[in-house]
Design a protein. Structure first.
Length: 180
């Protein structure tokens, strides 16, 4: 339970660093210089998002490798990769949403610490949501995408679930992605 939970938390830390990057580029006016280049704005944005997404995938990859070394049997490889990919996409979208809210690099740094530190325990990264009161389980699932990735990992690791059985978790993570 701990390895995917802490891995998810670190992915959120990595993803919300995107907000600090955008805020510092706005403050240093490097973003304005980038936008004046003969490139589409969408290409610049996608380049930054894809870079951050790849960094988050690397973070999850390290988590998977450490877990494997410690003897974690992840279950259906397609299901595991789908949960990793979808949660990472969701975390990257959250990083972009944080960048839209933060006006300064200090605000972005504060939000980049606060968001993962709130979402991780509420989403069950530090302990299983099953041991919390019912209202906390519901609140955690509403507020934190970690709850849905953790549930997906739990199904795969403990209950030998197939890819099809984690599809509902993937759909909710995609909904979080769209909202962010």
């Amino acid at each position: 339970h701990s390895i995917p939970g802490i891995g998810s938390m670190f992915v959120l830390f990595s993803a919300t660093a995107l907000a600090q990057l955008f805020a510092s580029e706005r403050q240093n006016r490097t973003l304005q210089r980038l936008l004046s280049m003969p490139l589409r704005h969408s290409h610049i944005l996608m380049g930054k998002l894809i870079g951050q997404f790849m960094l988050c995938l690397l973070t999850f990859g390290v988590m998977l490798a450490v877990g494997t070394l410690l003897g974690v049997r992840w279950g259906d490889p397609l299901g595991v990769l789908a949960v990793v990919f979808t949660f990472t996409l969701c975390a990257t979208a959250l990083g972009l949403a944080t960048a839209a809210v933060a006006r300064t690099a200090n605000q972005a740094a504060g939000l980049g610490f606060l968001i993962p530190m709130v979402m991780a325990p509420l989403g069950g990264a530090w302990w299983p949501l099953d041991i919390t009161p019912q209202f906390m389980q519901v609140f955690g699932r509403i507020i934190s995408p970690i709850a849905w990735s953790q549930e997906g990992f739990t199904k795969l690791i403990y209950y030998s679930a197939s890819f099809a059985e984690v599809v509902p978790n993937l759909l909710v993570l995609l909904l979080f992605t769209a909202i962010f």
